[in-house]
Design a protein around this ligand. Structure first.
Ligand code: SAH
Ligand code: SF4
Length: 377
């Protein structure tokens, strides 16, 4: 491991502190952020607004460390997927989903996940390790560079291919709080990516105390993985529910809404045949979320080896959605994108070095894709 500082690890505050420790003024930190994140550069020699002596010092003490891609595939629908090596046998995936009016990057926050949801192969692989700030923001940095938009853009103007970011890849973002927070701050920073809070969505399985902290520290758009309409069922599907049951979770959602950039929470509901997909479940959901302004995103289940679960038939998903729609809840069904390159929800194939003593698996892991279509369409 290099002893140089990876500047991707530093948000604006940390960059200012790092510069100050080297006798450099705060505006140097701003210039560095702009060169690294806006212009997408890693070569200090090309950062022409910096004094030569500073550039030489940076070459000695610092680096912008790109995550080495193990693979890079583009689907026939334009979805692009990178498998990125994060060392010691761990790899995570990042997926870019182009649409007519936006481009969404789905990024990972941990190698593996400790929450162990019943339907999720990331969870089945166990927990590898937390990603650093540099590894999280590095996914956006790399995708921007590889998508070619940054070079054309320069430091000043122009369109970026990535207009939205979703933290919906591998891992539970709120169980890796500080690095995720610094990465979010960089996403929103005008000197870095300048995304609005509405265009950055964090998805959580419901880590209640950390939802409150996020509300205070950096309230981006929030998606909550609900998946069940009562505690008995959710205890089985999302084990974290035993710690933070539905009533507690919904109260946290309501508190979050005070500061949220959108006036609703997005609830995700993976559709599992015969388990959580009946009309009665849908009606129970309607009653459950009565006091919480929300939208629903119904996710077709993507099977993986050993899951022991089946996805609901398309007709059932539509009927379930209709119950929600009739109750006045905006409901969408997630579209599958990139399935020819195994980039759709439930098809991603990262690897997690198993530190829990279980046999290492190359089973598929499950991040997801944010594209959606209306139920009634
Ligand atoms: N840990 C966070 C974010 C990453 S998982 C969370 O759980 O919200 C993001 C989403 O992946 C979850 O909403 C879950 O519904 C979805 N997901 C997990 N396994 C899936 C599968 N096999 N098929 C489809 N979606 C899946
Ligand atoms: Fe972790 Fe999210 Fe998968 Fe649950 S669904 S195991 S919280 S990554």
């Amino acid at each position: 491991m290099s002893s140089r500082t990876n500047l991707l690890d530093l948000d604006a505050e940390a960059m200012t502190v790092w510069c100050a420790a080297r006798g450099e003024k705060a505006f140097r930190a701003t210039q560095l952020l702009q060169w690294i994140h806006r212009a997408g550069l890693s070569d200090f020699a090309a950062m022409t607004t910096l004094a030569r002596s500073l550039r030489e010092q940076l070459e000695r003490d610092a680096e912008v460390r790109e995550l080495p891609p193990r693979s890079d595939h583009t689907s026939s629908d334009g979805t692009r997927k990178w498998l990125l090596d994060v060392g010691q046998g761990n790899a995570v995936e990042t997926v870019f989903i182009p649409e007519t009016s936006r481009g969404t990057l789905c990024i990972s926050t941990q190698a593996g996940c400790a929450v162990n949801c019943r339907f999720c192969s990331t969870g089945k692989q166990g927990f590898g390790r937390n990603l650093t700030t540099g590894e999280i923001i590095g996914q956006l940095w790399l995708a921007n560079r590889r998508l070619g938009a940054v070079a054309a853009r320069g430091v000043e103007n122009g369109e970026r291919a990535i207009s939205n970011v979703v933290l919906m890849g591998m891992g539970e973002p709120l169980l890796n709080y500080q690095p995720v927070l610094s990465a979010l701050r960089l996403m929103l920073d005008d000197n870095a990516y300048g995304l609005s809070r509405r265009r950055v969505t964090l998805s959580t399985s419901g880590v209640v105390p950390m939802m409150d902290r996020l509300r205070d520290d950096c309230p981006v758009a929030l998606a909550v993985s609900l998946h069940a309409s009562n505690d008995a069922l959710r205890d089985e599907l999302v084990p974290l529910n035993r710690k933070y049951p539905l009533r507690t979770l919904l109260a946290a959602c309501n508190r979050y809404l005070d500061r949220a950039p959108r006036d609703f929470i997005t609830f995700e509901h993976v559709m599992l045949d015969g388990i959580n997909d009946s009309d009665a479940h849908a009606r129970e959901l309607v009653a459950l979320v009565r006091d919480t302004p929300c939208k629903f995103n119904l996710i077709p289940f993507n099977a993986f080896p050993g899951a022991g679960l089946q996805g609901s038939p398309r007709t059932r998903i539509r009927a379930f959605g209709d119950v929600l729609l009739q109750a006045g809840i905006v409901t969408t069904i997630r579209k599958t994108r990139g399935d020819d390159i195994d980039a759709a929800c439930g098809q991603l194939a990262g690897t997690v070095r198993d530190r829990t003593g279980l046999a290492a698996r190359s089973a598929r892991i499950v991040p997801l894709v944010a594209a959606s279509a209306t139920v009634s369409a």
